[in-house]
Design a binder for this molecule. Structure first.
Ligand code: DON
Length: 441
């Protein structure tokens, strides 16, 4: 069977055809692009790519670089420093607004130019400009999974026309938001904006934010989960500038646009999306790109605030094997252990108390355990232990490494139910933990 997805995406491309809007011309190097280019690329969190239209066309990344450079600043300088320099409040203003916090001069958020210039300065961190640009180019390349280059011609043309960014950078310097030469910051920032990409690259970069920072194809952990959460939060609230509220309520996908016509969007845990079409609306955002995102969000139920499907029960099966003192209640768990799923497991044990002396938590089908899930599971194990139930864990993939249940108790861990049974040769005998031959510490 041929996948229906490329056909569907082609239909979206055709359905969103619109020649309104205008190509950005305040950057001379952008004015000459083919206005009719249009591409959409998706990359699922497991690394599958679907892509249609002019997806090999290269264009400069422009403001779509801002969330990634903010992430780099967070990673390299730490949250405290970065939050001290750049706020996270939506400004509701255009991207190039001279908008700084009263008295302090602190930029309101890292998505508008003022905040992006400050983020660039944080990455620069007293080094030479070329070094900062190189670390940004190299980061963007790791995210895209291929070597990207700076379009020096577009950069030079923007630099000649960068009066507004120079003004903002000088104000920032005046307020001592950074101590570097403002011209150097503007030049580095403009070169950061001039890294060339395709929609396939952008979808890959977006998907890396969808997976908690792991590049879906190379498997490299590029950003920590905390950094990704922060970056996505400011994208959701500030990524679309003065259209951010309208975008979040109608499209509902954390996103970032750029004046060359690129847009990225991220559905956490699901996919990264990129669109490219150079004609822009009054916010400096691609007209066809906005239409494509709106259509994808509606058709594919991608709105972040749509109530997610209720997780199916994490307790797959409850059964008792063996008899007498050796009888073992087995709770077979599955899926992801977040707060709600873990609460379901605890409730299952509270509502229907375990009547055997031994209980096995079988984690063989558990995919991931969040820190809250781990804490809740261990607390449950500890309390069952205090109540006199011997708890063991079947955990072939080490989803619950080094389980310390507190109360001076560590459950024994086995690779499979067979291992548990083998460690109990005499079905009627009392458990002798030390002899469980495949038990882990
Ligand atoms: O600073 C500028 O004006 C450009 N290098 C980037 C602006 C941009 O992409 C705004 N987004 N829509």
């Amino acid at each position: 069977m041929r996948s229906p997805l490329p056909d569907y995406l082609t239909e979206v491309l055709d359905g969103c055809a619109d020649t309104s809007g205008a190509v950005a011309d305040y950057i001379p190097g952008l004015a000459g692009v083919d206005p009719d280019r249009f591409a959409i690329s998706l990359l699922t969190a497991d690394g599958t790519s679907y892509s249609v239209g002019d997806d090999e066309t290269e264009f400069t990344i422009q403001s779509v670089s801002k969330p990634f450079v903010y992430g780099l600043a967070l990673q390299e300088r730490g949250f405290e420093k970065v939050l001290d320099v750049i706020d996270v409040e939506p400004s509701g203003e255009a991207f190039n607004e001279v908008s700084l916090e009263r008295n302090t001069g602190r930029p309101l958020n890292p998505m508008i130019n003022a905040g992006a210039l400050a983020a660039h300065a944080l990455v620069l961190n007293g080094r030479r400009s070329e070094q900062a640009v190189e670390s940004i180019r190299s980061l963007l390349s790791s995210l895209a999974g291929r070597e990207l280059v700076v379009d020096e011609e577009v950069a030079a043309s923007e630099l000649e026309n960068s009066y507004r960014n120079v003004a903002i950078a000088n104000l920032l310097r005046g307020y001592e938001v950074f101590e570097d030469d403002p011209d150097e910051i503007v030049e580095g920032y403009i070169r950061q904006c001039s890294v060339t990409v395709t929609t396939k690259d952008l979808a890959m970069m977006a998907a890396t934010l969808a997976t908690g920072g792991i590049q879906p194809v190379t498997g490299e952990q590029i950003f920590s989960r905390d950094v990704v959460r922060q970056v996505l939060s400011v994208m959701a609230t500030c990524g679309m500038y003065d259209a951010a509220g309208d975008w979040l309520s109608t499209v509902g996908i954390p996103a970032k646009s750029g004046v060359s016509g690129g847009i990225i969007g991220i559905l956490p845990g699901q996919l990264g999306i990129a669109a490219y079409s150079p004609r822009l609306d009054e916010h400096g955002t691609s007209v066809q790109g906005v239409a494509a995102f709106g259509r994808l969000s509606r058709d594919m139920n991608l709105h972040l605030m749509d109530a997610p499907m209720l997780a199916h029960s994490v307790l797959r099966r409850r059964r008792v094997v063996g008899e007498g003192d050796a009888a073992l209640t087995i709770l077979e768990l599955q899926g992801d252990l977040n707060f709600t799923n873990s609460e379901g497991i605890i409730r299952a044990v509270v509502d229907e108390p375990v009547e055997t002396k031994r209980l096995a938590l079988d984690l063989s089908l558990v995919r991931a355990i969040l820190s809250v899930g781990r804490r809740m599971l261990l607390e449950m194990i500890g309390r069952l232990h205090l109540d006199g139930t011997e708890v063991i864990v079947i955990d072939p993939d080490e989803r619950l490494p080094d389980p310390d249940a507190g109360y001076g108790f560590r459950p024994r861990v086995y690779g499979s139910l067979e291992d548990v049974e083998e460690s109990q040769p005499d079905a009627g005998a009392q458990t002798e933990p030390e002899r469980g031959h495949s038990a882990r510490k």
